[in-house]
Design a protein around this ligand. Sequence first.
Ligand code: FES
Length: 109
Amino acid sequence: MVTLTINGISVTVPKGTTILTAAESIGIDIPTLCYDKDLSIVGASRMCVVEVEGARNLVAACSTPVAEGMKVETESERVVKARKTIHFVMQKFMRAVIGTNSVDHCART
Ligand code: FES
């Protein structure tokens, strides 16, 4: 078992659990786009990024396994800014390629 902190809440999960699943287990919702629990993990969209203390870059919650003592923030200013940028880019893509202004029906936000 691995114990970590997400948004100041301590959680203990089995080794190999992703940050996304650990967060869900304590009721913290992290938006996703390319993740589907029934498919292999791609980790490409970066919609699920979170901040891990000590990590230089934001990490994808759907593809990053938890680690003992890890401290995760899912709603820091840096995370929110990154998600807004990704959402903006996806909206531009959807408008250009598919002809809709909304990515909301694709992303779980
Ligand atoms: S949901 Fe796409 S990288 Fe995590």
